[in-house]
Ligand binder design. Structure first.
Ligand SMILES: Nc1ncnc2c1ncn2[C@@H]1O[C@H](COP(=O)(O)OP(=O)(O)OP(=O)(O)O)[C@@H](O)[C@H]1O
Ligand SMILES: [Mg+2]
Length: 219
């Protein structure tokens, strides 16, 4: 479970998020929508520990993870998987190395198995030895999903993971996300601009606007 209390983020004297309250119970799906520049990516970065709050507290499984001006629990210790808006694979690592990087705490054989299983689930087992620049945009998205899913994180943050993919691939990967989070009882925070994606995911729909997170009345 992740909780945010009175969470705020400002940059250069400009308030991006203010007084934000959010509880993400284990195994639940929360869809975050809202206009471009509203702070959706910023919110995910705060939850992951990649950005530092200006005020308020983030707790992960009851432990204080971030407070104003400091990060107490490092991103790698939060049991959080992140699919970035850009995909953001490490360009100097093969697909296999990209996945194994997040599995370094496991014994080698188990890490290898998890890596292969995740690539199988995302239907790209043949890409393990390629580098990201040798993949199509859609293949990169599959690998980014596989990388986030492989460690079986308790929480998964996805930032528009399917934007700019064709309709068939979007639908296939969305089903894959739904199946995987249900199978592992993973909490999911999913950012999208797409109402249809939000409906397919189900869960609680929120809208981020003017720095505040509110129930999405338009859904
Ligand atoms: N480190 C930073 N320095 C300066 N401005 C920032 C920084 N991080 C975010 N911002 C600003 O904060 C605002 C929110 O950005 P964010 O990326 O969270 O928006 P978003 O809701 O994800 O938008 P989009 O839907 O376009 O992805 C933007 O105006 C952005 O320029
Ligand atoms: Mg964004």
């Amino acid at each position: 479970m992740i909780t945010c209390s009175a969470l705020a983020f400002s940059v250069g004297g400009r308030s991006i998020l203010s007084d934000l309250e959010l509880t993400i119970p284990d195994g639940e799906c929360i869809v975050v929508m809202g206009p471009s520049g509203a702070g959706k990516t910023t919110l995910l970065r705060l939850l992951a520990g990649l950005a530092v709050p200006s005020a308020g507290t983030i707790r992960v499984n009851g432990d204080v993870a971030s407070t104003a001006g400091s990060v107490q629990i490092a991103p790698s210790r939060r049991d959080i998987g992140f699919v970035f808006q850009s995909g953001a694979l490490w360009p100097h690592m093969t697909v296999a190395q990209n996945l194994l990087y997040g599995l370094a705490d496991l014994p080698r054989a188990e890490a290898q198995q998890r890596m292969r299983d995740a690539l199988d689930v995302c239907r790209v087992p043949e890409l393990a030895m390629r580098f990201p620049q040798q993949l199509s945009g859609g293949e990169q998205r599959r690998v980014a999903l596989a990388r986030a899913l492989a460690p079986h994180p308790r929480h998964l943050l996805m930032d528009e993971p399917l934007t700019s993919l064709d309709a068939d691939l979007r639908s296939e990967l969305l089903q894959l996300v739904c199946r995987t989070v249900q199978a592992h009882d993973t909490a999911l925070v999913y950012v999208t601009h797409d109402e249809a994606e939000a409906r397919t995911l189900g869960g609680r729909q929120m809208r981020l606007e003017h720095g505040h997170l509110l129930p999405n009345g338009r859904a």
